[in-house]
Design a protein around this ligand. Structure first.
Ligand SMILES: Nc1nc2c(ncn2[C@@H]2O[C@H](COP(=O)(O)OP(=O)(O)OP(=O)(O)O)[C@@H](O)[C@H]2O)c(=O)[nH]1
Ligand SMILES: [Mg+2]
Length: 197
């Protein structure tokens, strides 16, 4: 998406602003909402609801036992890079029963981050299949939770049967610079995938 806006410094020339839509996706409780919040320069839109007792035994809370809410529709945040690139960040819901929204959410997306928690790596299979089957470029970002075992990139790639072309990065999405690096890796990957690099 490209918008033109007036030069704020008074010149009559129009400035071109590129707006790109990126998805922060992944399984239940991997840190998607946290990542959008960490990155967003505006107060992020969240659609959180309380986890009910009915969720117990359905959603795997391993490692995030203190989690009390879950995203039921989407997260939205905005990040401006330089004067001419604005990223709209859409976080997906993680629970299986909300996956029907992913198609709509991914419409027009330039690329996606699949967030992973190594304690529940199997939660990545669905998201990886989703983006592979739709031809949407994605990277795998391992959110290194405190106390979780650390694995080498190749171990994670093998466990998920990811092709070499899909970047795997380690991050702590609570830290802004780390979360930003993830987006930079994604943008680089999109450029390479679309032969624009
Ligand atoms: N220790 C630690 N806790 C984290 C990290 N990221 C998120 N959390 C916590 O883990 C829980 C899950 O974070 P969320 O951001 O809600 O995860 P989500 O992927 O949006 O979850 P759903 O929308 O329910 O799928 C929350 O309690 C966070 O405070 C992290 O990197 N390290
Ligand atoms: Mg969430």
């Amino acid at each position: 998406m490209v918008f033109a806006r007036s030069d704020p410094f008074g010149s009559d020339s129009l400035q071109t602003v590129r707006v790109v839509k990126l998805l922060i996706a992944g399984g239940f409780g991997v840190g998607k909402t946290t990542m959008v919040s960490t990155l967003s320069e505006i107060t992020p839109l969240r659609t959180e609801e309380q986890l009910t007792e009915r969720s117990m035994g359905v959603d795997d809370l391993t490692g995030v036992e203190g989690k009390t809410t879950t995203t039921v529709a989407l997260d939205f945040g905005r990040l401006t890079i330089g004067s001419d690139l604005v990223m709209y960040l859409f976080g997906t819901p993680g629970q299986d029963r909300f996956w029907f929204m992913w198609d709509e959410l991914s419409s027009g997306a330039l690329g996606a981050v699949v967030l992973a928690d190594t304690r529940r790596l199997e939660a990545c299979f669905g998201p990886v299949d989703f983006f592979e089957s739709r031809g949407i470029p994605f990277i795998l970002a391992v959110n290194c939770f405190d106390g979780a075992d650390i694995y080498y990139e190749d171990e994670i790639r093998n466990a998920l049967d990811l092709p070499q072309t899909v970047p795997v990065v380690l991050c702590d999405i609570r830290v802004r610079d780390s979360a930003k690096q993830v987006l930079i890796h994604l943008l680089e990957h999109v450029l390479v995938t679309k032969n624009l690099a």
